[in-house]
Design a protein around this ligand. Structure first.
Ligand SMILES: [Fe+2]
Ligand SMILES: [Fe+2]
Length: 181
């Protein structure tokens, strides 16, 4: 099922499938042998962004708790519906939905690993995208800086947060360099 999900992601979420596929790679590094529901949640956690609609929450650039909750809940619903269409077992669907609902926050050991994999991947492959938002004026420099910092500080597993420190430092350095131009 994970392979089918990865194919769905690649075909449907053209805008940023790299971040989702890369999140799964990070999960397999920091928590090798993770059960299917963790791997499925990780590789699909942002899929709601591939399905624009009137109920799609819009990020205003600030670290906004309500936005993250709406984004996570909508993601759980959309991935749950997709899994149901794939005839996945109800228990598996419930486990995946629960992890996607908290993928921005963590909360228990499995959720903390999914959130950590998302954070690692954000700092690994999303920096360019967010620097582009500053260049284009879509988001302000201070908003993007806060997003970078939050991707590090929110990690709840101490040794993984240490792993993200040099990634954050490099992202901040790139942002500072961009502003000097
Ligand atoms: Fe997300
Ligand atoms: Fe993400």
């Amino acid at each position: 099922m994970v392979e089918t999900a990865a194919r769905w992601v690649l075909q449907t979420y053209k805008h940023n499938s790299l971040h989702l596929i890369n999140s799964l790679e990070w999960l397999d590094r920091i928590a090798p042998g993770s059960p299917e529901h963790m791997r499925l949640a990780t590789v699909t956690h942002d899929m709601e962004r591939a399905f624009p609609g009137p109920d799609m929450p819009v990020w205003n650039g600030d670290e906004d708790y309500d936005y993250y909750v709406a984004h996570s809940n909508r993601g759980a619903r959309i991935v749950g519906e997709w899994l149901r269409g794939q005839n996945a077992a109800e228990g598996l669907i419930a486990d995946v939905e629960a992890l996607i609902k908290v993928h921005e926050f963590g909360g228990w050991p499995e959720a903390d690993f999914v959130q950590a994999a998302d954070s690692l991947s954000f700092l690994d492959v999303n920096i360019e995208l967010f620097l582009g938002y500053v260049t284009s004026g879509k988001y302000r420099e201070d908003q993007v800086r806060a997003k970078f910092i939050y991707s590090h500080t929110r990690v709840r597993i101490d040794w993984v947060r240490e792993l993200t420190q040099p990634m954050l430092d490099s992202a901040i350095a790139r942002l500072d360099k961009l502003l000097l131009r």
